[in-house]
Ligand binder design. Sequence first.
Ligand code: DC
Length: 228
Amino acid sequence: MKNSFAVAIDGPAGSGKSSVARALSERFNFIHFDSGACYRAVAFYFLSKGIKDIQRIEQADLSSLIQLEYLKGSLYLNGKKLGEEIRTPDVSRFTSDISTKKTVRDFVTASIRDMIRGHNVIMEGRDIGSVVLPDADLKVYLTATPRERAKRRLKEWQENGEQIELKEVIKEIERRDQQDSNRSLAPLKPAENAILLDTTSLSFHEVVEEISSLILKKKGDSGYYKEG
Ligand code: DC
């Protein structure tokens, strides 16, 4: 019998992964783990040191420079709690650039596995079902049209005071989709046994309900039991 349960939620930027994963983690009292935040943390670390040379990053011993920790629902970079500073357009762009590199992916994947060991988790990302947690109990792949995803991202950025136009966001989303889908390592694509869910015309509530019922069904099937 297993004593932990893992849900992988993958999909492109703006597909609704984060808000859906957060709501599900609250409903089921699981950890919500945002794997993209780990890639962002690595990008932020180098940008804040003024290092933009990707070759140099590729050759660095990341584990001697960067320590990622997950404490009480927050990600820490070398002992410092991270917030919105990892979500700026600059950091987003650089994150997409460095996350194509094996050194970075191996470091982040190993860090994530360490951080969540033994916990029930709803994990969001791009390669969770395919690479990070290939044995996840449930794998969901969320999609939506680039325009719909750009509208969602624009709203988030505007709430954070960023001034940017919708057509710029669509262009940026398409650029990142292209890069994330075409990289040779862990490209953005649904895991073989993932359930595909197009959220373009679904409400947030509908998406959460749909995945909740999938989780309940899997929990029943998996031999998982809740402690305490
Ligand atoms: O989900 P996000 O937008 O915060 O992700 C930021 C970047 O990190 C995105 O360009 C792709 C990359 N990423 C990845 O390569 N693999 C993951 N599991 C999560 C994110």
